[in-house]
Design a protein around this ligand. Structure first.
Ligand SMILES: Nc1ncnc2c1ncn2[C@@H]1O[C@H](COP(=O)(O)OP(=O)(O)OP(=O)(O)O)[C@@H](O)[C@H]1O
Ligand SMILES: [Mg+2]
Length: 285
């Protein structure tokens, strides 16, 4: 296990999400520490997956840098961070303190996961009617936007319509977020394709910075918040997921009952190995 740093022994988090702890770094900045834990179905498992926090942090930082021409993001240049937290800097992000917008902005280019389940039940995803005869992981003619609420830790996110999003956070900001979400998804989808990966869907979080600009926060295009697979696998009946879907499928296979479980070493290794592949393939590292 990675040794912690004095900084974290001496400070208390400002708040904690499911897998991240957020520390008050300065008046304007927060320090986000991503743990090695995994959550699925809005449940956080106690078991840790060594190096997962660092992998997610590296993937996010890569994409934040790559997409800053589309929208500004919360990353603060962290050259000095290594000196302050020498043991843990790889899983930490120095970021601008923002007021999170309590909506998850989900873009789907392909019909997968819970969206396919909804579609199988009533032909819709959220309130959007989808054409007949789509199979799992088929590509939409154009990507769709399916927002959800951002629940507090312990609660479940609820799918909402665009109209409900307007009511929650305002029409103009909703339209801005939707437009930027499509631009970000399309950009990353193209980039991933050029590396042999398909980005099936993803989720963004936005926040207001101190000047009230809407910027991108949290994590982006990690295998925790996105679905990835090999492009060459897409047309086959059995695709290997390079993201949390593999873990969700494992939980389904053991008929998981919403309790803590010890995650088998082989499952942990499989998750970490695929997350590492995403980092390697996307960044050519
Ligand atoms: N720049 C920022 N300013 C303020 N809050 C932020 C910023 N970036 C991220 N956050 C918040 O930090 C928290 C990160 O927590 P984490 O990702 O562990 O939990 P979660 O989002 O509840 O869970 P999950 O990602 O599994 O759905 C989130 O509440 C997110 O909104
Ligand atoms: Mg999160």
């Amino acid at each position: 296990m990675t040794q912690t740093d004095e900084y974290f022994l001496e400070s208390k988090p400002l708040f904690s999400g499911k897998i991240r702890e957020v520390y008050n770094f300065s008046d304007d900045n927060i320090l986000i520490k991503t743990s090695d834990k995994i959550s699925a179905y809005d449940f956080v498992f106690d078991d840790e997956l060594p190096n997962k926090g660092a992998l997610l942090t590296k993937i996010s930082k890569y994409w934040f840098e790559k997409t800053k021409h589309i929208i500004d993001n919360h990353i603060v240049n962290d050259i000095e961070l290594k000196k302050i937290i020498p043991n843990t800097f790889e899983s930490c992000t120095l970021a601008r303190k923002c007021k999170p917008i309590r909506v998850e902005s989900i873009v789907r280019g392909y019909i997968s996961g819970s969206a396919f389940k909804q579609y199988s039940e009533n032909g819709k995803i959220n309130d959007i009617t989808i054409k007949d005869n789509m199979n799992i992981n088929d590509k939409f003619e154009s990507p769709i936007f399916t927002p959800s609420t951002k629940a507090d830790v312990g609660d479940k996110d609820q799918n909402i319509s665009l109209k409900e999003m307007y009511d929650l956070i305002g029409k103009d900001v909703s339209e801005f977020i939707k437009k930027k979400s499509f631009e970000l998804y399309n950009f990353a989808h193209e980039h991933a394709l050029s590396k042999g990966l398909t980005l099936l869907d993803t989720k963004f979080e936005f926040g207001y910075d101190k000047d009230d600009n809407v910027i991108l926060i949290d994590e982006i295009f990690t295998p925790d918040c996105s679905r990835y697979c090999l492009t060459k696998d897409l047309k086959q009946n059995h695709i290997e997921y390079f993201d949390k879907q593999y873990f969700r499928n494992y939980l389904d296979s053991i008929k998981w009952n919403n309790q803590q479980v010890v995650i088998p070493e082989s499952v942990k290794n499989r998750i970490i190995s695929k997350y590492s592949d995403v980092l390697k393939m996307i960044t050519d590292e």
